[in-house]
Design a protein around this ligand. Structure first.
Ligand code: ADP
Ligand code: MG
Length: 271
């Protein structure tokens, strides 16, 4: 056995001096967390590499802005309460009945900036929820506030407001979002009060905020789960005045997926 003396010793680590305490405290008070974290090393680099003062300032400002944008987006994404993650990239437009031009228009989000609405109608498994959530995700990334509900959850939320006399406040809070998504409209029938509450929200959002809804019932069938005919008409009237209506159709993507899986794995008999 031979012992070799290494000639390539690691260079002694350069001591990064801590920020002076008053400076660190000031940055903390100003809530410039990223600047505070990056400054010690950056100041050292700037010194050794002879950066201009402007470069130093710009690098710190850019880093703080980038970190803030990322954390704001993460917060908005959390607040949106999507049940799953679905994105535009993972949606196969050609496999759906949504025309590419319509899909492109929707992903451009101009409708959202115009406080217009979106209604997706079609049988189960045809990509309604995927489209809704993917658009919501894109809207969050673009800086919008989004809130996703199933119709049942939304009505429950409004009902709770009814119990303690805060429906108006609940609706105001909802309207702080740029788009309110209501999925699975018609899965469960609504009673008269539920219908009235839904109407209050739709009326309050009318021409002020976007609503994006999905239902497996075509509009002429909405009477099946909205007992009060005139209210149902009033809801649809406002919902559809400035709206893109997208009809999804065809075989369920879930079924197709399951069949493909069975064909590729003929030995697994799980359905
Ligand atoms: P719906 O809400 O209309 O019942 P979903 O949007 O939940 O249907 O779609 C069912 C499943 O199939 C989901 O996992 C969804 O991601 C997937 N899916 C549906 N259509 C497509 C598509 N065109 N491209 C990719 N995945 C799709
Ligand atoms: Mg769905």
């Amino acid at each position: 056995m031979t012992t070799t003396t290494s000639t390539t010793r690691p260079a002694p680590p350069t001591q990064v001096p801590e920020l002076p305490a008053d400076l660190a405290a000031g940055l903390r008070r100003l809530k410039l967390a990223t600047v505070r974290r990056l400054a010690p090393e950056l100041l050292l680099t700037a010194k050794t590499q002879r950066w201009t003062p402007e470069e130093v300032l710009r690098t710190l400002v850019d880093a703080e802005l980038t970190a803030r944008d990322a954390s704001n987006t993460a917060n908005r994404l959390k607040a949106a309460t999507f049940p799953v993650t679905k994105t535009i990239d993972t949606f196969d437009v050609a496999a759906s009945t949504i025309p590419q031009a319509t899909f492109d228009y929707l992903t451009g989000l101009e409708w959202l900036r115009a406080s217009a609405n979106l209604a997706l109608v079609g049988p189960p498994g045809t990509g309604k929820s995927h489209t809704l959530i993917a658009l919501g995700h894109a809207a969050v990334t673009a800086g919008h506030r989004v809130k996703y509900y199933t119709a049942a959850d939304l009505v429950e939320t409004l009902y709770r407001g009814l119990a303690d006399n805060t429906v108006g406040k609940v609706i105001d809070t909802l309207l702080r979002n740029d788009v309110i998504m209501i999925d699975e409209i018609g899965f469960a029938p609504l009673d008269d009060t539920g219908t009235q509450l839904l109407f209050r929200l739709v009326a309050a959002a009318y021409e002020r905020r976007s609503l994006a809804v999905a239902s497996h019932w075509s509009f002429d069938q909405w009477g099946r789960f909205l007992p009060e005919h005139t209210t149902a008409v009033s809801i649809l009237d406002r919902l559809l005045h400035h709206a893109t209506v997208v009809v999804t159709d065809g075989e369920s993507y879930r079924m197709r997926d399951a069949r493909r899986h069975r064909e590729e794995h003929p030995t697994t008999n799980k359905t």
